[in-house]
Design a protein around this ligand. Structure first.
Ligand code: FAD
Length: 295
């Protein structure tokens, strides 16, 4: 199918884009990589009257390390994240997760910010950001406001962003000390969205006790699900088989999967427990083998 008729704008500066968004409001839509929006428009599930193409806003395309956090521009292509040495060194979880997104061709166009705003609950970038923690910087004509990732995802395909706003950059703290991470997902074919995905970012103290951990599951609720009870249980503990069994029980309680054409809710629940245990174990082993403290 073809999209419904629309007018097309191609602003050259962020300021120009924000003025257009202010003027057009609910009748307009930003297009970044177009890898989610264009199929939706082709199916006429979305029929914006105006498209605002942000591909010329090169100010929004960067990856920077400032000593304690990574700053990533919203328009940064997923391939740039995948290929970045700085991301591999400081945010290994993202480097591990991004190759699961679609295909090389979709990652060449798809952007970091587009995936966050599209907010598919099984998408790899929202899940990884939830595990890493961080803030989203959202600009309008009036201000730039900061939203913690925990507050950004509202429900399926819905985020805390208004029609007159533009996601401009994302700040992610670099894990300190002896840190480990892990990302796993199960999908029917490579490149498909995950049936269930799990991400874990974890740190241990000098005695190998877990000092900080964030476990997140995707594809099991309307948003990427941060399993806070599992963090509370693990912090201050050594990882052990009984602890992993308790984590599986917590995950069983926390998830709220649905059945669809691809998998039943029961199968998704089963995968969630298995993947949670697998990601925590791998992240812990990686953290323990990290001898050189980074700060
Ligand atoms: C064949 C195929 C397979 C795929 N498989 C996966 C997969 O396995 N995992 C996965 O996560 N994704 C997958 N995707 C989607 C992924 O490729 C998209 O990149 C991503 O979901 C959207 O990013 P985008 O830059 O293309 O955004 P767009 O499609 O341009 O926009 C998506 C939404 O975000 C809004 N938006 C974009 N940028 C901004 C901004 N800076 N500020 C405010 N709003 C903004 C748009 O208005 C729109 O509502 C797949 C896509 C295809 C075509």
């Amino acid at each position: 199918m073809k999209p419904a008729k629309f007018d097309y704008y191609c602003p050259k500066t962020v300021d120009e884009a924000l003025s257009l968004l202010e003027e057009i409001g609910f009748d307009g839509k930003i297009i970044a990589g177009g890898q989610s929006l264009v199929p939706i428009m082709n199916m006429r599930l979305s029929t914006p009257e105006y498209l605002i193409d942000i591909n010329h806003l090169k100010d929004l395309q960067f990856i920077e390390f400032d000593g304690s956090k990574m700053k990533i521009g919203a328009l940064t292509r997923q391939t740039e994240i995948e290929m970045s040495d700085a991301v591999r060194q400081h945010l290994g979880l993202l480097s591990e997760a991004v190759p699961y997104i679609g295909h090389v061709q979709t990652r060449n166009r798809g952007t970091f910010g587009g995936s966050l705003v599209h907010a598919d609950p099984s998408a790899e970038i929202p899940l990884s950001l939830m595990a890493l923690g961080g803030t989203l910087h959202i600009a309008s004509k009036e201000e730039v406001r900061e939203v913690n990732v925990e507050d950004f995802f509202v429900t399926y395909l819905t985020t805390d962003i208004m029609p007159n706003e533009l996601l401009v950059e994302i700040h992610i703290p670099v894990p300190e000390g002896r840190a480990g991470y892990s990302f796993h997902e199960i999908s029917r074919r490579h490149g498909d969205f995950a049936l269930v995905a799990a991400a874990c970012q974890l740190s241990v103290d000098s005695q190998d006790r877990i000092s900080k951990v964030r476990l997140v599951l995707g594809g099991v609720d309307a948003v990427p699900l941060l399993i806070t009870e599992a963090s509370e249980l693990m912090e201050g503990e050594y990882l052990s088989a009984p602890l992993l069994n308790k984590i599986a029980d917590i995950v069983d309680e926390a998830v709220n999967p649905e059945s669809d054409l691809h998998a039943t809710a029961d199968y998704r629940r089963h995968l969630a427990k298995k993947l949670a245990v697998r990601t925590v174990k791998t992240a812990y082993e990686r953290a323990r083998s990290e001898n050189n403290e980074r700060s």
